[in-house]
Structures are given as structure tokens and as C-alpha cells.
Design a protein around this ligand. Sequence first.
Ligand SMILES: [Zn+2]
Length: 228
Amino acid sequence: MMDQIVTGSTDTHLVSLDQSQSGNVIQSIHKQVVNPFFDLQTAAQNAGFELKICSAYRSFDRQLQIWNGKLSGMRPVMDPFGKPINIQKLSPWQKIQAILRWSALPGASRHHWGTDFDIYDASAMPENYQIQLIPEEVQGNGLFAPMHNWLDSYLESGKTDFYRPYKTDKGGIAPERWHLSYRPLADKYAEILTRELLAARLKNSDLMLLDEVLKHLDDILQRYIIVD
Ligand SMILES: [Zn+2]
């Protein structure tokens, strides 16, 4: 059961939240994260922000679709600055690294757990604005930057167990200021996600470039999955 949660292969641990305005109205998060999330939302509201989720749970199959879509050219792959790149001339390992910069390996996404989600400030959004989740939105003069600046100090205050797992750039995943994680549960799941569990789940799927992924699995785990 735990193994299935960790690899995104079940949805029994989730409940649905209405997050209207986000485009994808219903978002699913872990049962045990609902109350901590509401507390966070209330704190944000008191500070003048409307903290909402634009992407929470994603299943293994969904992540697999994204992965195979990118490798087959059906979906764009972005460079480290968020510009589309052509991956056709890259080696298999280069392709994998280009995709992993912005998208998780199926079975190894923190979004499988229901403990992790991407947030935005609905109160800062012009009508019909399309959320992109790019660095420009969340830093400097970005429209979601004020909420994230407030959030920095709130996360430091010790009043919440949420944290930012992708705060710094370690040459793997791009720093994602919009990504929040509920540490008490997420730490547990991170521990359960072993190389063996992940490899077994991947072998039991239609993952494109599977052999190349398995060959580099240790490196992938180090650079793209394990966080502080
Ligand atoms: Zn995320």
C-alpha cells in the first residue's frame, strides 16, 4: 500500500479540494494534509493573499503520459530558462536530463504523494490569466512574488510544517519557488522510495528510454529526486 502511494499507483489516500479559478478546478491532496493546508491558506488570507493550488496529485500514468509525450515530440521540452528546445539531436541520456530538469520521472514525482503541490496567489491574477509556473512569475516583479516573499518568512516562523524542497539549484531540478511540500509525511515517503522500488515500478510500465533510465538510475536519484 505504502509502495503504491509512493509511486503514484493508487489514489485511495487522497481527497478532492475545489480550487476554482485555477483552470483545473479540482485538485487532490493527501487526507492528512487537508487541515495543515487550510491553516496555511488562512494565514495567507490574513496577510492579504489568496493561496491556491494549481497542481497537486499526479498519478504514475499521468506522469508517464507527460514523459512519453516529451520524448515523442508531442509535448515541448524546455531549456533551463524556460525556452522550448529541440531534443531530437540529443543523445538518449541528454534527452532524459533535459526532460528531468522540469518534469519528474514517473514513479519518482513528489506530486504522486499528495503531500506536495504547486501554488499561486489568486488575488494577484488578472482575469483570464494563464498560470505558467515559470521563475518570472514568482520572483522580482512577478505577480506571485509578494505572496512568496511573505511565505518565505512564514515558513521560517515554525508555524507550519510545509517547506520548499526545491529551493536551491543543485544542477538537477530547476528551483521551483511555487512547489510546497508537507514535510512530516513527505519525509516518510521519500524514505520508502528506494532504487529497487522505483526500478521495479518502471520495468512494469511503457516508459520510453527505459533501459537508459535504468542505466543512470543512481545518478537520477541523486540529482533529481533526493532533496534536503
Ligand atoms: Zn511541483
